[in-house]
Ligand binder design. Structure first.
Ligand SMILES: NC(=O)c1ccc[n+]([C@@H]2O[C@H](COP(=O)([O-])OP(=O)(O)OC[C@H]3O[C@@H](n4cnc5c(N)ncnc54)[C@H](OP(=O)(O)O)[C@@H]3O)[C@@H](O)[C@H]2O)c1
Length: 362
């Protein structure tokens, strides 16, 4: 049994973390929200006995201490995984480049206030409030949801000069995560900054202006990832993020990782999305295979790996495939169809170094 606390859980990625984690009834899921009455999360919580709504604002240290105390009363004083996800920005100035920001102390501070309060100050207060629980937990993992918008190489390649306070705050978050990782390593606590990808969390219909902004962003991101087609769903993003969190260890503690678990590919969407009617565990495995297929395809464009993934999904749906050993089962099964999957059997949950070696040897 594992316990998770997620801040900023009322909507978007935070709420999807709650939904996917709650699907495993062995989990205890603590959704930290500013307004426990908000319909988006209260309706979800009413469906799952293992979800607990806790009032807490990541920008208010006192409320976080109270939230941690409520959490401790529910879990018996422990917490396995803390996910600090809250975020806020000043939308009116989000499109400005650095030289366009106000040359006025009060005005500039006002613009920076929301992202700094949620990502930087909120990162410290949330982590420090829940640290005593994490120290007593089994997994000992702390995750701050960051953004590839704070990656200098992505900024350079995409040419995106706007969203300055947001990117600066996330860069600050990443440094704080590295500092926490350095401090807490002797206690066996792992700390990660995790970029969820470019995710469609817009609520309601998108106005033509919003559509236009997204189209401009897509073109800019395509300078980084030419194959990018658009935003990914919260479901896909969180499915991938949970896999990265599961694999978080002392080796990658302190880093900023993508939803794919690497430090270079921030955006790439899956070539083959798993059918949403499949159980979560099956979808996660297919996403893993899909990501591997992306790497493989770059090296061997004509390889029928993607066709195998489709075949695997169809087999599961028709009852031909029983999942007992996760990815290995899929690969063994697929290999019977002569798709050359045998090689992958050796690479279950490969590290990025194994990926690199495998590809460079081909
Ligand atoms: N969507 C993307 O494409 C994308 C890309 C990269 C990184 N991210 C990161 O992923 C995380 C979640 O993104 P999202 O798109 O799901 O965000 P979102 O829908 O904008 O909401 C994030 C949550 O932050 C909390 N929040 C909002 N304003 C706040 C304020 N003024 N003070 C304190 N808390 C506030 C809210 O939770 P409560 O009301 O429950 O407190 C809200 O549910 C964020 O950290 C974001 O930076 C997102």
């Amino acid at each position: 049994m594992s316990s998770y606390a997620i801040t900023g859980a009322s909507k978007g990625i935070g709420r999807e973390f709650v939904r996917q984690l709650a699907a495993n009834t062995a989990n205890t899921v603590l959704a930290v929200v500013r307004d426990p009455e908000s319909p988006g999360i209260s309706e979800l919580a009413s469906k799952y006995a293992n979800v607990h709504l806790i009032k807490g604002d990541a920008t208010d240290p006192k409320s976080l201490l109270e939230a941690a105390s409520t959490a401790a009363a529910i879990t018996g004083g422990t917490l396995d995984v803390l996910i600090h996800n809250s975020n806020a920005v000043d939308m009116a100035s989000a499109g400005l480049s650095p030289s366009q920001l106000p040359f006025d102390a009060e005005a500039l501070r006002a613009i920076y206030d929301k992202p700094l309060s949620t990502a930087v100050y909120g990162g410290i207060w949330t982590t420090n409030a829940f640290l005593p629980l994490i120290e007593k937990g089994t997994q000992k993992k702390i995750v701050h949801i960051s953004s590839a918008m704070a990656d200098s190489q992505l900024i350079k390649t995409s040419g995106i000069s706007y969203a300055v306070p947001y990117a600066a705050a996330k860069a600050g978050m990443n440094v704080q995560v590295a500092k926490y990782a350095a401090e807490l390593a002797p206690k066996g606590i792992k700390v990660l900054a995790l970029s969820p990808g470019w995710v469609d969390t817009w609520e309601g219909e998108k106005s033509p202006e919003v559509q236009q902004i997204l189209e401009v962003m897509l073109k800019e991101f395509q300078a980084v990832e030419p194959e990018l087609k658009g935003q990914i769903s919260p479901e896909e993003s969180v499915g991938k993020c949970l896999q990265v969190i599961e694999r978080l260890d002392a080796e990658n503690s302190g880093l900023l990782l993508s939803q794919h678990g690497n430090t270079t590919k921030w955006l790439r969407i899956m070539q083959q999305m798993p059918d949403s009617s499949l159980p979560l565990e099956v979808r996660s495995r297919i996403l893993e295979l899909s990501e591997f297929a992306n790497l493989y395809r770059a090296k061997s464009p004509s390889h029928p790996f993607l066709a195998s993934i489709i075949a695997i999904q169809n087999a599961y749906k028709s009852g031909q495939l029983v999942v007992r050993e996760g990815m290995v089962s899929y690969c063994k099964w697929a290999s019977q169809y002569g798709n050359g999957i045998e090689e992958v059997i050796l690479l279950e949950r490969p590290t990025s170094e194994e990926h690199r070696l495998f590809l460079s040897n081909r």
